[in-house]
Ligand binder design. Sequence first.
Ligand SMILES: NC(=O)N[C@@H](CC(=O)O)C(=O)O
Length: 425
Amino acid sequence: MSSYLIRGVRVVGAEPTDLLVRDGLVVEAGRGLAATGAEVLEADGLVALPGLVDLHTHLREPGREDAETVETGSRAAALGGYTAVCAMANTSPVADTAGVVEQVWRLGREAGLVDVQPIGAVTVGLAGERLAELGAMATSAANVRIFSDDGHCVADPRLMRRALEYVKAFDGVIAQHAEEPRLTQGAQMHEGEVSTRLGLTGWPAVAEEAIIARDVLLAEHVGSRLHICHVSTAGSVEVLRHAKERGVRVTAEVTPHHLLLTDERAATYDPVFKVNPPLRTADDVAALRAALADGIIDIVATDHAPHAVEDKECEWGYARPGMVGLETALSVVLDVLGERWDLIADRMSRTPARIAGLTEHGHAPAPGAPATFTLVDPKARRTVDPMDSASRSRNNPYAGLVLPGRIVATFLRGVPTVLDGKAVR
Ligand SMILES: NC(=O)N[C@@H](CC(=O)O)C(=O)O
């Protein structure tokens, strides 16, 4: 294994330093380290963050390898500064058995670009009728700790209660896609002024807020861990604030797109802006940004949702919801929060690693820590080009936008997955 000397990098909260990486670890930090036998990386002006951790990625394998594979999604993740991603269960077949989660986990290991941690389905086939084999997935080689029917809400409160009770035994988490299905039938976008103007059926904020309110009460009753996927409304933030004040064991994520884009984009009728939950209003965006900064929302998760051209480039009503996000997440967050590096490290690495139980991730590069980090050039600006991507899909809502920040290098346990802004493999 090669060793690396990274010279003059800014580690969050400290003066620029050199880092010596050997045998998978950061072995030394300080100015003027000797480079005997090590490859030298000049990192003047670069910032070192702990490798980013995505709690919500759709890798599409097995089943839709035309849209993404574990390998292509892993490469996109590494290029985005990620060292671990949690793969959502809405594949085909659904990841609702030990066999499928082990397959995804094995494919992740073979690709070797990021740690791929499979998420298991809560219910068989995501059908919301009976619990999947949660225990078998937890004790499988994939060691599943997060369960989610994402794409679908676990709408039946009795089933939700049972799931929360079941995972309590091994400190697992249920990650809920909060959408009361009876309130979103036929929905195409956020219900509000813009949907009225465009004549599209609305997805009201209350459909999300009602499920979050119900589930934080269930989690409190059971004493279990609940995670809320892609929070999108100001009202949801208020429900979460109340729950956290009561000590409920709830965590929540927000996506980069919900931090930047609003429902006004739907006026283009370009289905690249169709997503679940939908883009909301400017007031929601402001509330989400504030909640992320004050910790009511714990983390940023991408909800990277690649789709094949035929599923996206069609009439709005027929298009699948979802947008890609792994390669732009850090830039969007930098744009939204500014250079608040400690906050960014916490919301995009430390806390998601803790929620997922990924103990090797989320550590700032320091002597003795795993050499699992990413180097960012904060001064670089780039124009987003959907064609310039390692993902198999092109449904990128930021096309043409100029965003700050560029990932220069990513290291996973001492091995570079990205160097000079390019994937190593
Ligand atoms: N977030 C999305 O808009 N899409 C997700 C699933 C879903 O939540 O509908 C997908 O898997 O494509």
